[in-house]
Design a protein around this ligand. Sequence first.
Ligand SMILES: Cc1ncc(COP(=O)(O)O)c(C=O)c1O
Ligand SMILES: N[C@@H](CCOP(=O)(O)O)C(=O)O
Length: 427
Amino acid sequence: MSLDHVETLECTLCGATYDPERVIYTCPNHDGVTGILDVTYDYDVIQDRFDAPLDGHVDSQWKYDAFLPVDTDATPVTLDEGGTDLLDAPRLGAELGVDLAVKNDGANPTGCFKDRATSVAVTKARFGGQDVVTCASTGNAAASLAGYAARAGLDARIFVPAAAPEGKLVQPRVYGADVLAVDGSYDEAYDLSLEVTDTYGWYNRNAAINPFQIEGKRTVGHELAEQTQGAVPDWIVFSMGDGCTIAGCWKGFREFAELGYVDDTPRMLGVQSAGASAIHDAFHGHDDVDDVADTLADAIAVGRPRNTLKACRALEESGGTALAVPDEDILSAVTTLGGTEGIYAEPAGAAPVAGIRRAREEGIIEAGESVVAVVTGMGLKDTAGANEAVGDVTGIAPSLDAVEATYGAPEPGATDGAAAAYTDLDG
Ligand SMILES: Cc1ncc(COP(=O)(O)O)c(C=O)c1O
Ligand SMILES: N[C@@H](CCOP(=O)(O)O)C(=O)O
């Protein structure tokens, strides 16, 4: 049994270190602020163990198991998360004036990149003998935790804001979780989940406080480093809620660069809604930070992000920046992404596209630069917002006349090609 590749849990505020074998969430040395912990590693041990070829083929994030903070004896609880495609996006790229690729993380097993973190959390929970897992969620982490808990045979008890999209309230219950719809915001659900964790001792998955969650999220950085080896993009773009995801990606990419697996690092661009822009505001030094979250991009509706520090460090260290965009831009990004590249993202997943457009307008991203937009969540979980963007469906009677009323009569010879094909088949 060995966790010898993990050195410590180190407080990002005071540098105090804690035993990674213990279940500890935050540094107890701080009152009023959260002492977020960071996992530090012994990279000599990791490099001795990591023997997978960096050949661009990634079937699952467990390709990088040597980097994950789980005991070497633990059997992963997995649904084959990670290993998502990095798709060229030429039509959208031309529209935005950049060389664009999309990392389609909405293709993860529960429809969201959260699965990267959850797989690690539930593996640790099961290996550590926990029976009950919990989290607060706007809906995606809820579904993800519920799915992996089902897979592991653990009970999931989850706190979501009652106003979460219907699909996000249904999905975790299909996986058998108890979903407690809190009459309040995500921030309130989050505070409650912490109290519950202290009181009941359930294992808390929340990425902002569970130090191991960002470590799962960082596999998206490992993958992107591997998939772009030799042509590291100028920019990688994420939406930000609590800030853990962008921080995780940066940590993963940076450590692959430090280990010499890639020879450069990208700049990170973090995108928030103007209605929930606390990380953006902190990054740009605004002191009138508004902690009310008001955005249709429910997954990033966070008033008090818990990982502002790690997110801002990722932006700073990478030479990147943060942007806040209005909800109209996010909504229009959903249909632009769908209509140009066939990728249906939820608003938080499409927000990077709105961010890239804004960054081009402001001269932050220059024409022709290479950019990866990470689509973090798929759209079918939350159709209400998208429905606003696409408008009402066109109703017709079940008759050809009704089709003609919509498109006009067919052009003469419109079916000639098809007729010729039938003739060929007949010989
Ligand atoms: C689809 C989606 N995109 C982006 C985010 C933002 O991630 P983070 O809160 O780690 O910044 C979330 C939730 O957190 C999400 O569910
Ligand atoms: N928007 C997130 C918030 C919690 O996710 P986490 O991975 O940061 O803990 C959600 O989907 O619930």
